[in-house]
Design a protein. Sequence first.
Length: 256
Amino acid sequence: MATISSFQTRDNVKIVYELHGDPAAKDRVVLIHSLAMDHAYWRPVAERLVKAGACAVALDCRGHGGSGKPQGPYTAARFAEDVAELMDHLKWQTAVIGGSSMGGSVSIAFAARHAARVEGLTLIDTTAWYGEDAPKAWADRGNAAKTKGLASLIDFQLTRWFGDDFKTRHPEVSKACVDTFLKNDVDAYVATCNMLGSVDERPALAGFKMPVRIMVGEEDYATPPAMAPPSSAAPLKAFRPRQSRTATTRSVITTR
């Protein structure tokens, strides 16, 4: 059973979240969505976690979904504090933190500032830094949304979200993501794009001591395997990837 609730952050922004399972469960997972999505992004994953005996919470990041949409600028550090305050609200001292794309960058930012609260870190199709051209590339995307509308980005987004085969086999998933994307507040979207253009959490990676799992799809053009955090995290030791036609998974542990 899932319930949707909300709380107010210390800077008075409403954060909406969906809680799956028993909050008193021993295993607890926080799930952070990608750009322009919301908590529903994680629902199939959360349902499987509950079946495995865990409790999972998926939030709407500020500027997204039903959460508040304050004026920018936004920062990954502020998004990370929202996660910390959500855990405080739930009275969770620690949890596994999982994030996809933007959510992965926020997860890294959270682990950098609240390492003691991270039982494990799952980073999916994400990066600690989008590269030297990131500020301009992300600003261009935000400007396109501002001047041409979010609908003008749909074809581009679909190439980033799904491989051709998946889109053919699961058109309902593509439609659901498009519908969520088009509901976004443009100003909040622009502020989040600018945040991603400036995010750089690379200096924190070398200090991570928690278990980390990194999963990267080989068809992911936005954050390909070469951009995955282990490339710049000296203490992280990666096992040989388990590969399939559509995805590459790296199981990563830390050297103690």
